[in-house]
Design a protein around this ligand. Structure first.
Ligand SMILES: Nc1nc2c(ncn2[C@@H]2O[C@H](COP(=O)(O)OP(=O)(O)OP(=O)(O)O)[C@@H](O)[C@H]2O)c(=O)[nH]1
Ligand SMILES: [Mg+2]
Length: 470
């Protein structure tokens, strides 16, 4: 499946029309195959004779006809993205030209690349490890400053170095413990147990810390989950639409309009928020609405920030009742809370002031209280500022190692279990061979993260998410 003998080709730019497009060709015969369809200017010789890392202005002929004038970038192994000889043809971005160049390459002996195959070769040729491969996919997908920063750090090897450090130190100890086993009956101890104990404790801490960073990593990758909740007709869907600048959710004066939760992502100054509009909470006999309300409670659980929309014409006891109902959820107490006093356009400044004061008395904790009109957009900037402020924890340092990938999270968890088992074993005087086995297991899972230890299934899963041409 992953033969490196073939020379592969693909269009590496997005489908459709553009100013230019790039067709990539990589493999042992890349230069030879490309030179079959490309003419260098007279007197310049052939493509395979040109030095590495050079650009060439060439013609591409389709039979007797000139198909396009292109710029060819030439790379020689191992100094290319894939680690192989590579030619990148920058042509004019007509879908017809792109497709024809690809067909000509295939007619000359190249094969169409599968999804992510250039990156797969980079991995097989030792240019990237698996963490970096996954970071390439994250980098391409990154849509915010934080997501970009985390992906870039992983691509530059931040996480890899962290894992390698742990593995190397563990390896030294397992070798010593295993050496003891070779001496069999003789009671020797090469591996200093006190130091090993310290090391295991330290590694267990680091693994814990890395695992914990997954929560933040997930938020960075998928956006901070923000649940918009409140009673029916408070204006939740109107607020969602305002924040998204789009008529995403149906709005109506009928109570119980939103039945299922609706999600979309917005970016405010480079930070992604995943907004979740929910079914308004009320007592109902309607089965579908009831299911929607059940889902609202789940969404409250999953959210990091809760925007509670209150209709500015609500009665105080109604607000108190609602607050207490939500606060009864144990998870709700840890959330950041923003109370939006909606429909401020319907109140006079004096009534609004009075209402604000009353709500402030009800919400005595750390809630932010902001009067808004979801209908006219009044105070939207203030709400956006507040969203950024309450999610302040999300800013990251360039050098922070943050886990964003479930595969890494799982492997870290398994490594941690093995380390903890080794720790318990040491405490209860476990024999060297069992100790060595636990440490070996931890080493195995750490190796799985970087790809030092892997199998086709893992690789297949990673690369199937790539686009063709990457
Ligand atoms: N005057 C005024 N009306 C608003 C405002 N926000 C929403 N409305 C109106 O209030 C009604 C209910 O709005 P929705 O956004 O559907 O309310 P909801 O909270 O999503 O309601 P459910 O989905 O039924 O729970 C609609 O008629 C809106 O036009 C506002 O800021 N000012
Ligand atoms: Mg609604």
């Amino acid at each position: 499946m992953y033969s490196k003998e073939d020379t592969i080709c693909a269009i590496s730019t997005p489908p459709g029309r553009g100013a230019i497009a790039v067709v990539r060709c990589s493999g042992p015969k890349a230069l030879e195959i490309a030179s079959g369809i490309i003419r260098l200017p007279a007197g310049k010789g052939n493509l395979p004779d040109q030095p590495a890392n050079t650009l060439h202005f060439c013609n591409v002929n389709d039979g007797e006809q000139l198909l396009d004038q292109v710029v060819v970038s030439l790379f020689r192994k191992p100094h290319s993205y894939s680690g192989e000889d590579t030619v990148e043809i920058s042509c004019h971005g007509s879908p017809y030209i792109q497709k024809r160049i690809l067909e000509l390459l295939v007619e000359s002996g190249a094969r169409m690349a599968t999804a992510g195959e250039f990156t797969m070769r980079a991995y097989l040729n030792g240019k990237l490890d698996l963490i970096q491969v996954e970071a390439v996919a994250d980098l391409i997908a990154s849509g915010s400053t934080a997501a970009h920063r985390v992906a870039m750090n992983q691509m530059r090897g931040g996480f890899t170095r962290e894992i390698k450090k742990l593995r190397d130190r563990l390896l030294t100890f397992t070798s010593l413990v295993e050496l003891e086993l070779d001496f069999g009956e003789e009671d020797v101890e090469f591996a200093d147990r006190r130091k090993l104990k310290e090391l295991l404790a330290e590694i267990s801490d680091v693994l814990d810390h890395l695992k914990d960073s997954f929560v933040l990593g997930n938020v960075i990758k998928n956006g901070i989950p923000v649940a918009i909740v409140g009673k029916t007709n408070a204006g939740k869907s109107t607020l969602l639409n305002l924040l998204l600048s789009e008529e995403k959710a149906i709005v109506s004066e009928i109570a119980g309009t939103t039945r299922d939760s609706i999600e979309d992502v917005i970016s405010i100054r480079g930070i992604h928020f995943r907004l979740i509009d929910t079914a308004g909470i009320r007592h109902t006999h309607d089965e579908i609405e009831r299911l929607g309300i059940e889902k609202t409670w789940q969404k409250i659980n999953q959210a990091a920030v809760i925007i509670q929309v209150v209709d500015a014409k609500s009665e105080p006891d109604e607000i108190v009742r609602f607050r207490n109902q939500i606060r009864a959820l144990p998870e709700a107490r840890e959330k950041k809370w923003i109370v939006v006093l909606n429909k401020m356009d319907l109140l006079s400044p004096e009534s609004l002031h009075k209402f604000h004061g009353m709500v402030e008395k009800i919400y005595s904790d750390n809630e932010e209280i902001i009067p808004v009109s979801a209908k006219t957009g009044t105070n939207l900037p203030r709400l956006e500022e507040t969203l950024i402020r309450v999610s302040g924890a999300v800013s990251t340092d360039e050098n922070d190692v943050i886990i964003t990938n479930v595969r890494h999270f799982d492997a870290l968890g398994k490594a941690l279990t093995s380390i903890n088992r080794a720790q318990q074993g040491m405490a209860s005087g476990m024999t060297g061979d069992l100790l060595a086995q636990d440490i070996r297991e931890a080493l195995y899972y750490l190796g799985e993260i970087t790809g030092e230890i892997t199998n086709d299934e893992v690789l297949g899963n990673i690369f199937k998410n790539f686009c063709i041409g990457k």
